[in-house]
Ligand binder design. Structure first.
Ligand code: UD1
Ligand code: UDP
Length: 356
C-alpha cells in the first residue's frame, strides 16, 4: 500500500507530522507532496527542520494568489503527480485550499481520500475554510473526525456512518511529542525576557479579520486595553498576511504589544504553555490551549471547535475591543483543569491502523 500525504501550510505540516513520523516508524511506502501554499522559511521549512521531518518528494511551489488561481494551479499539479506516482490512498488534513485541491484531484482519479480532521463546521459559508471542509468531506472515503460532535454533523449531512471514524485530533500527538523536546532545546521566555504566566499570547490571520480594517483595528485596540488593565505584555507572533495588512491600513501596533516574527513550533508551544491566556482567531490555537490547560479567547463570532467552549477552555469574543477586555476579565482566573476532548496522543497510530 502506498500513501501520499498532501500538505501545504503551517498547520498542516504540524498536524501531519505525527502521521509522517508513524509512517517512518512502520517503514510504510509513502511520500509527501507539498503544494507550496506556504513558502516563507518561518511558515514552512522551519517546521520540517525542527520536527525532523523527511523532505517532500514533490513541491509544486504554487505560492500565494486568489482562491481560484491558487486552487487551480494546485489541482493540475497534484493530478500530474498522482498520475505519475499513483498512491492507493491520499491523506489531506484540515480545511485549506491545499486540502480542497488534494481531495478533488484524488477523488477524480478514483484514488481513496482520507480526510484528517474531518467534520468540523462553523456553519459560516463566508469563511473560505468552511467551503473547503464541506467539499473535502463529501468526496472523502475515510473521514477521521476528532469528536462525536463532528460525527453527528456528518451523519446529518447524509455521509454514511461506515466512512466516519472518531479518532481524536493529531494535534494532541503533536503537542505531547514536542513539548518535552521544547523543554530541552529552546528557552523562548529567556529569549524574550518574559516570566512564566506573566504575558498574554496573541495571533491573528483569518481573512475575515485581518483583511478588514475595522476588525483588525478592534483586535489591536483590544490588545491595548489588555495591557493597560493588566500590565502584562501581549506577545504577538504575526502571520505575514497580518503584517502586510497592518502596514496597508496604516494601523499602529499599540504600547505593550510585542509584535515578533512567526516562531518555530518548539518555541511557540513553549510560549503557549506559559501564557496567562491565549487570544487568537486560529483554529489550531483553540485546540492547543485547551490541551495545555491555558484559557483561550477566540477573536471570532463562531467556532468549529465547540468542544473547547463546552469544557470551559474557550470563549468567543469577536473583534470588538470591549468584548475582548471583558473576555480577559472573565477568563483570567481560569484553572485549566478541564478534560481535553481531542484524544490521547496516539491518534496518528489509530488513523494508520484504520487505513491498513
Ligand atoms: C491559509 C489558509 C487558512 C489557514 C492558514 C494557516 C486557505 C484559504 N487559508 O491562510 O485556512 O488557517 O493558511 O496559517 O487555504 N504569505 C507569506 N508567506 C507564506 C504564506 C503566505 O508571505 O509563506 C502571505 C502572502 O502575502 C499571502 C498571504 O500571506 O498572500 C495569505 O496566504 P494564504 O496561503 O493565501 O492564506 P493564509 O492567510 O496563510
Ligand atoms: N504556530 C507556530 N508558530 C507561530 C504561530 C503558530 O508554530 O508563530 C503553530 C501553532 O502552534 C499551531 C499552528 O501553528 O499548531 C496554527 O496555525 P495557524 O494559526 O496558522 O492556522 P490554523 O490553525 O488557524 O489553520
Amino acid at each position: 500500500m502506498k500513501i501520499a500525504i498532501i500538505l501545504g501550510t503551517r498547520p498542516e505540516i504540524i498536524k501531519m507530522s505525527p502521521i509522517i513520523r508513524e509512517c517512518v516508524r512502520r517503514g510504510l511506502d509513502y511520500y509527501i507532496l507539498h503544494t507550496g501554499q506556504h513558502y516563507s522559511f518561518e511558515m514552512d521549512r522551519v517546521f520540517f527542520k525542527e520536527l525532523e521531518l523527511p523532505a517532500a518528494r514533490y513541491n509544486l511551489d504554487v505560492g500565494s494568489g486568489t482562491h481560484g488561481r491558487q486552487t487551480a494551479t494546485m489541482l493540475s499539479g497534484i493530478e500530474k503527480i498522482l498520475l505519475d506516482d499513483t498512491p492507493d490512498v491520499v491523506l489531506v488534513q484540515g480545511d485549506t485550499n491545499t486540502v480542497l485541491a488534494g481531495a478533488l484531484a484524488a477523488s477524480k482519479l478514483h484514488i481513496k481520500v482520507g480526510h484528517v480532521e474531518a467534520g468540523l463546521r462553523s456553519f459560516d459559508r463566508t469563511m473560505p475554510e468552511e467551503t473547503n471542509r464541506v467539499i473535502a468531506d463529501h468526496i472523502s472515503d475515510y473521514l477521521f473526525v476528532p469528536t462525536e460532535t463532528s460525527r453527528r454533523y456528518l451523519l446529518d449531512e447524509g455521509i454514511p456512518d461506515e466512512r466516519i471514524f472518531v479518532t481524536g485530533n493529531t494535534i494532541v500527538d503533536a503537542v505531547y511529542q514536542n513539548r518535552e523536546i521544547a523543554k530541552e532545546k529552546v528557552d523562548v521566555l529567556g529569549r524574550l525576557d518574559l516570566s512564566d504566566g506573566g504575558y498574554f499570547l496573541a495571533t491573528a490571520h483569518r481573512a475575515e479579520n485581518v483583511d478588514d480594517p475595522v476588525r483588525l483595528g478592534g483586535i489591536l485596540e483590544g490588545f491595548r486595553l489588555v495591557y493597560e488593565e493588566f500590565g502584562m505584555p501581549v506577545v504577538f507572533p504575526a502571520h505575514p498576511r497580518t503584517v502586510k495588512m497592518i502596514s496597508e491600513f496604516g494601523l499602529d501596533v499599540p504600547l505593550g504589544t510585542l509584535m515578533v516574527e512567526p516562531m518555530g513550533y518548539l518555541e511557540f508551544l513553549q510560549l503557549e504553555g506559559g501564557a496567562k491566556l491565549v487570544l487568537s482567531d486560529s483554529g489550531g490555537l483553540q485546540e492547543e490551549a485547551c490541551i495545555l490547560g491555558v484559557g483561550c479567547l477566540t477573536l471570532r463570532d463562531n467556532t468549529e471547535r465547540p468542544e473547547t467552549v463546552d469544557v470551559g477552555a474557550n470563549v468567543l469574543v469577536g473583534c470588538d475591543s470591549l468584548r475582548i477586555i471583558e473576555g480577559v476579565r472573565k477568563m483570567i482566573g481560569v484553572r485549566g483543569d478541564w478534560v481535553n476532548p481531542y484524544g490521547d496522543g496516539k491518534v496518528a497510530e489509530g488513523i494508520l491502523n484504520i487505513i491498513k
